[in-house]
Design a protein around this ligand. Structure first.
Ligand code: C2E
Ligand code: MG
Ligand code: MG
Ligand code: MG
Length: 275
């Protein structure tokens, strides 16, 4: 009896495993088709200076799925990373983000930098080529495009990362460290990477008011960044209290739902436009 039950369980497990695998394969082919059919688009979220000026817009991928509606990255980035499709998605995002930047320039806001997230699988020697392709011969003013890398992407092969980044810096690109504080970056390397900004992870900002150690972490990141001559961007600012706290401690830029959800550029342009 026990044996039979064990086998049934194994069969049930096997079936569940097969469904998971086949659903994943299904999703991979849907993403591939979606990329070909142009179902992906960008939402933008502003990064504000403490006095309320838009310093940057972060491009965030969205998938307008024909049946499931507008999907956020949690639904497709993991499967893109596993399958290598992130490289194709990344190329699309770079190209589209730079195209949207041209509209920003036409609206008189060449001063607003564009930030683009880069995954580990994209962060190879091919990235240089991909950026050049996306630029399409157009010059890039220094600082106009920032690439956001996580600590794990940087620390995987630090020497290689530095080399790759230097080549991109020559194209006018800057770098920030996304989700800072959640990974394991070495302070020794932090100063060797050509980075401009640390983005304080949302998890520390979230409980700023309630959790003394989170407040201490935010304060330390700001001090560390400034000591290394780096800027700071706080992610996930949702309350007025968080905004005030971060501003009072010299955080350079703030980003979060307090100013709204990520939106298509069209929705943001009217307030950005400068005559
Ligand atoms: P991220 O780069 O850390 O982006 C910030 C995420 O936090 C975004 O989620 C944004 O909508 C969300 N967020 C912003 N402010 C708040 C807030 O006040 N409260 C809360 N709870 N959340 C806030 P989203 O758009 O779902 O993106 C999730 C992640 O997916 C991004 O995290 C990034 O790692 C990845 N991602 C998005 N677009 C791309 C892309 O084009 N390429 C790559 N490689 N990754 C991407
Ligand atoms: Mg980011
Ligand atoms: Mg982040
Ligand atoms: Mg993230």
């Amino acid at each position: 009896e026990a044996k039979r039950r064990g086998r049934n369980r194994a069969v049930a497990y096997r079936a569940e495993f097969d469904t998971t695998v086949s659903r994943r394969l299904q999703l991979i082919s849907e993403v591939r088709a979606g990329l070909e059919r142009g179902e992906f688009e960008l939402a933008f979220q502003a990064q504000y200076t403490p006095d309320g000026h838009v310093a940057a817009l972060e491009a965030l991928a969205r998938w307008r799925h024909p049946l499931r509606g507008l999907l956020e990255p949690a639904h497709f980035i993991p499967v893109c990373e596993e399958s290598g499709l992130i490289v194709d998605l990344g190329r699309y995002v770079l190209r589209e983000a730079l195209r949207e930047r041209r509209r920003l320039v036409e609206a008189g806001r060449a001063d607003v930098r564009i930030a683009v997230n880069v995954s580990a699988a994209q962060f190879t020697d091919d990235l240089h080529r991909d950026v050049l392709d996306a630029l399409d011969g157009q010059p890039l003013p220094p600082g106009a495009l920032e690439l956001e890398l996580t600590e794990s992407v940087l620390m995987d092969r630090p020497g290689h990362a530095i080399e790759l980044m230097r080549g991109l810096v020559e194209l006018g690109i800057t770098f920030s460290v996304d989700d800072f504080g959640t990974g394991y970056s070495s302070l020794a390397y932090l100063k060797r990477f050509p980075i401009k900004r640390l983005k304080i992870d949302r998890s520390f900002v979230q409980d700023l008011d309630a959790d003394a150690s989170d407040a201490a972490i935010c304060q330390s990141i700001i001090s560390l960044a400034h000591a290394l001559d780096l800027g700071t961007v706080a992610e996930g600012v949702e309350t007025e209290a968080q905004r005030a706290w971060l501003r009072d401690r010299g955080c350079d830029e703030l980003q979060g739902y307090l100013w709204g959800r990520p939106q298509p550029l069209d929705a943001l342009l009217p307030t950005l436009r400068r005559h």
